[in-house]
Design a protein around this ligand. Structure first.
Ligand SMILES: [Zn+2]
Length: 344
């Protein structure tokens, strides 16, 4: 933002304007701090959306179940995971027309239906507050349900979570999400373990926003060191998101750079070695998942460092220019004083 004197204001992290409501934009809590935890206003809206969506689909006789993070949170602790940003449902694609016909009813409740994405129907909290419930559209064939998602839609250590046997949604069970009953695939423990988050799903493990950052990790590769590297990658990504939010420069953002560079991510070998020396023992080096995670971590750290450093140099340069200007002004004044009062 330019000031009247032409200098540019030092960028600051976006200020939370809490609480968000249906007439404000949503809280971008993932940019607020490196914890990026969801504030109470957003939790209330997501639970409201979950209850609304479940009730709407139930009244209209549309098969549905909660899925992904919402399901995991309900089973693990009875509530939405503190850093989750949306609520997910699943339904059959054959019911899409019935869902699309509910648009007016959804709008009458103050929400907004969007059905242009072939993968998912979405109910926004309001026209301006874009918190949402996603309803993933599953195709049915030969007693199997398929989701035509991109390949990166897998959780580390899961071979594939884009299909599962239909039997899991033939007799749903009820789980509690923030005190609200929700329909869930059954048996839910088998579903979460075999088709969603792996046998360790009861142990919280924070994911990474950008699937492109996460290499394909098979169940056998999911060792303790790989698990730790995934956590470190998540921390690095959250730091980068906060740094980027405070230094909005689209041309230097890692997404733009990496999009043009494409994968595999090219981190400088020295940065990869430094991350390796810090994070893993020598005997863990060489494993493909370890190496690829180290490259991702090194790249993300370097990008965040560059952004912070670029801002620091800019600040010092600006300070330098201002000091020179002040010195010149002081000098001029001194010389004037030496010459005595200006002639009247
Ligand atoms: Zn909020």
């Amino acid at each position: 933002m330019a000031r009247p004197d032409g200098t540019r204001q030092r960028p600051e992290p976006p200020r939370p304007s809490m609480p968000c409501t249906s007439t404000t934009t949503r809280c971008e809590f993932w940019t607020w701090s490196e914890d990026c935890l969801r504030p109470e206003c957003c939790t209330q809206h997501l639970v409201e959306l979950a209850v609304f969506t479940h009730d709407l689909l139930r009244r209209n006789d549309i098969l549905h179940w909660i899925d992904y993070g919402g399901l995991l949170g309900a089973v693990r602790g009875g509530e939405l995971i503190p850093w989750d940003g949306d609520i997910d449902f699943g339904c059959l694609r054959s019911d899409l027309d019935k869902i699309a016909a509910l648009g007016p009813e959804i709008a009458a409740a103050g929400h907004k239906l969007e059905t242009s994405d072939p993968l998912v129907a979405r109910i926004y909290f309001s026209e301006v507050n874009l918190q949402h419930a996603d309803i993933f559209l599953w195709d049915e064939h030969d007693d199997v349900l398929d989701l035509h998602a991109y390949p990166g839609f897998s959780w580390p250590g899961m071979e594939d979570r884009r299909s599962f046997p239909r039997r899991f949604v033939e007799h749903l069970e009820t789980v509690s999400l923030n005190g609200q009953p929700m329909p869930a695939p059954s048996p839910v423990h088998e579903f979460l373990s075999e088709y969603r988050y792996g046998p360790d799903y009861m142990t919280p493990a924070r994911g990474v926003f950008d699937y492109e950052l996460v290499p394909e990790v098979s169940a056998e590769e999911m060792t303790p060191v790989v698990r730790e590297l995934l956590e470190e990658l998540g921390r690095g990504e959250r730091r980068l998101i906060t740094v980027e939010a405070a230094h909005p420069r689209p041309e230097t953002g890692f997404r733009a750079r990496w999009a043009s560079a494409g994968r595999p991510l090219a981190a400088p070998p020295a940065a990869v070695e430094a991350a390796g020396a810090e994070l893993v023992s020598a005997s863990d080096r060489g494993q493909p998942a370890v190496e690829e995670l180290l490259r991702s971590i090194a790249r993300i750290r370097q990008t965040a460092d560059e952004l912070e450093h670029a801002d620091a140099t800019l600040f010092v340069r600006r300070l330098g220019r201002r000091s020179v200007r002040l010195a010149r002004m002081a000098n001029t004044r001194l010389r004037r004083r030496d010459r005595g009062p200006a002639p009247a």
